[in-house]
Design a protein around this ligand. Structure first.
Ligand code: GLP
Length: 261
């Protein structure tokens, strides 16, 4: 995988938005897999700025959701569908008709998961999947020890993830659902390009395990090592525990510009 160390979150956002813009130039109908959480916000802001400046055309782009809480009505402000509508679709001017996501309120959860995997495949697959990372190394909501071959399915959140996400629910862990639907690790690995952004020292251990640890289900993000085109973008804080940081810096500085990320 490629590791790019950037000075700060804003620079990471701009780098990744640039790659998305290039993809949209090459393929205007690209299916963009998007993630929630605080980390990707600078990406969405940078991309929205490019759209506002007329530098990128997203009129034919499509958006796919990574994961969703089970049991939160779609219109709940913290359902990931609502979050993505607010933070991605509306700022980019993309309508919900171009949106793909699992139904977190379905009675038949298993059927909803299978339907979502089918919908992604029928849409031609995800071209670029954005990922954040949990402090425990999760991607999407694939918690530690998730099968590296997993498909979209229901998962139970760890207590740590519920604590981490309580900030979106008035700091009240009691409001954080226990169950979620997440694209499986096998599903995620089918996207053509994986781009993980991690910022802040709180992610340093998870990033080191992802990049320099063994491929192991105990760190779900380490599955990125199996992907032919995976890019991990980290700020100095998140890079703090990387033993090969100097090599990653050297590689990026000397990279031919035409290669992109
Ligand atoms: C949630 C999401 C993940 C995200 C993670 C980290 O658990 N399901 O997709 O990567 O949070 O969030 P943050 O970027 O806010 O640290």
């Amino acid at each position: 995988m490629e590791v790019v160390i950037v000075p700060d979150a804003k620079a990471g956002g701009e780098l990744i938005a640039g790659a998305m813009a290039q993809l949209l130039l090459d393929k205007p109908t690209a299916l963009l897999g998007v993630a929630t959480g605080s980390t990707p916000l600078p990406i969405y802001q940078a991309l929205a700025a490019q759209v506002a400046a007329g530098a990128v055309d997203v009129s034919r782009a499509r958006i796919a959701q990574l994961d969703e809480y089970v049991g939160l009505p779609a219109e709940h402000p913290e359902s990931y569908r609502s979050v993505l509508r607010r933070e991605v679709l509306e700022p980019l001017g993309i309508g919900m008709d171009a949106f793909f996501g699992p139904d977190g309120t379905a009675e038949d959860v298993r059927g909803a998961c299978e339907a979502y995997d089918r919908a992604l495949a029928e849409a031609g697959g995800v071209d670029l999947q954005l990922l954040g990372i949990g402090t425990d190394g999760h991607i999407g909501f694939n918690e530690p020890c998730s099968s590296l071959a997993s498909r979209t399915r229901i998962k139970t959140l760890t207590e740590q993830t519920r604590v981490d996400n309580a900030r979106f629910f008035d700091g009240d862990i009691g409001q954080v659902p226990h169950h979620v639907i997440t694209q499986g690790i096998g599903t995620i690995l089918e996207a053509r390009h994986l781009v993980l952004l991690a910022t802040g020292e709180g992610k340093a251990d998870a990033v080191a395990a992802t990049v320099e640890g063994p491929v192991a289900a105990v760190c779900p993000a380490s599955a990125l090592q199996l992907h032919a085109h995976a890019t991990v973008v980290v700020d100095e804080g998140a890079a703090a525990k990387l033993k090969h940081a100097d090599y990653f810096r050297h590689t990026f500085v000397n990279k031919p510009a035409w290669q992109g990320i």
